[in-house]
Design a binder for this molecule. Structure first.
Ligand code: NAP
Length: 283
């Protein structure tokens, strides 16, 4: 990679960033695409967020991804939000066009692209475990795609109900929220076409943990999705596999939301298969 005064800048702001796979995934992909860009990790201290965003304009960054803990906090510094970022109240991508900053949220669209890639269609009933940031973006996309019912379970009942109310506020959105329990999960999952783990339970280093202990009651054609990509196969997914259910891990969503980032910032279409190889080779 040869960097000179013509090289265009993109990056990621968050804190901490030491485990982020994004810089490697994006730099290798940009190079493969023959684009003269570099993708820089920018670890920002909380009291410098405003200055950091202003600095993106001063330094003519073309855009940045935004990750934990700034997906909401960054919004007051932006000029405009895309419809999904506005609805979800969270931004994971900022595009800079001559100092005008637009916030996007590519998580939900990345999730939907991964479902399409896996050939998963005609979803009617979904159980979402966890009601945090990722669940918000996914619930939004599922609702506007016309899913009939989204059941949301979280340790915190208020969070689950709040997300359900958000879905119900969307045209044709239908949802219910409740506190997570084995009994309720077992009942709701019996009729689900898709069950999604939107919690960090089971993520490295907590790899022996799982948000649910049994999937014995689900229908044989139910798809089980875990947003976690480290490890690539979680204990939750191994329970699903032991029940002969179709499983999807978080790698495909990670790559698709990353591909959307590059498409929005550069206008070019990134090579999905290559991006997956890069991520798989860098665990
Ligand atoms: P988050 O905002 O912290 O939300 C997680 C939610 O799950 C919280 O509301 C949490 O409740 C709840 N929760 C925790 N344990 C639970 C349990 N046992 N049962 C039910 N609910 C539980 O996190 P996030 O940003 O949405 O991310 C969630 C996961 O998705 C992470 O593992 C993240 O790495 C992954 N992710 C993957 C991708 C991808 O591209 N593949 C993209 C985004 C996120 P409390 O707040 O009460 O703990």
């Amino acid at each position: 990679m040869l960097i000179n005064s013509q090289t265009l800048l993109i990056g990621i702001i968050g804190n901490p960033l030491e485990h982020s796979l994004s810089p490697r995934m994006h730099n290798l992909t940009l190079s493969k695409m023959g684009l003269d860009y570099i993708y820089v990790p920018l670890e920002v201290a909380p009291n410098w967020l405003g200055e950091a965003v202003a600095g993106l304009k001063a330094l003519n960054f073309k855009g940045v991804n935004v990750t934990i803990p700034y997906k909401k906090a960054v919004i007051p510094y932006l000029d405009e939000l895309s419809p999904e970022a506005l609805a979800c109240g969270a931004v994971n991508l900022i595009k800079n066009e001559n100092g005008y900053l637009t916030g996007y949220n590519t998580d939900g669209r990345g999730f939907m692209a991964s479902l399409a890639e896996e050939g998963v269609g005609s979803i009617k009933r979904v159980v979402l475990i966890g009601a945090g940031g990722a669940a918000h973006s996914i619930a939004y996309e599922l609702a506007i795609a016309g899913v009939e019912q989204i059941s949301i379970l979280d340790l915190d009942e208020a969070k689950a109900c709040e997300l359900a109310r958000f879905v119900e506020s969307l045209p044709a959105g239908k949802a219910d929220g409740a506190q997570m329990s084995d009994e309720l999960f077992s009942r709701l999952s019996q009729n689900a076409d898709l069950i999604i783990n939107c919690t960090p339970v089971g993520m490295y280093p907590d790899v022996d943990n799982t948000p649910v202990r049994s999937l014995n009651n689900v229908q044989p054609d139910t798809v089980v999705y875990d947003l976690i990509y480290n490890p690539i196969s979680t204990r939750f997914l191994s329970i699903a596999q032991a029940n002969n259910l179709k499983t999807i891990n978080g790698l495909s969503m990670l790559v698709h939301q990353g591909a959307l980032t590059l498409k929005i910032l550069t206008g070019a279409t990134p090579p999905i298969t290559y991006m997956k190889e890069v991520v798989l080779n860098n665990y």
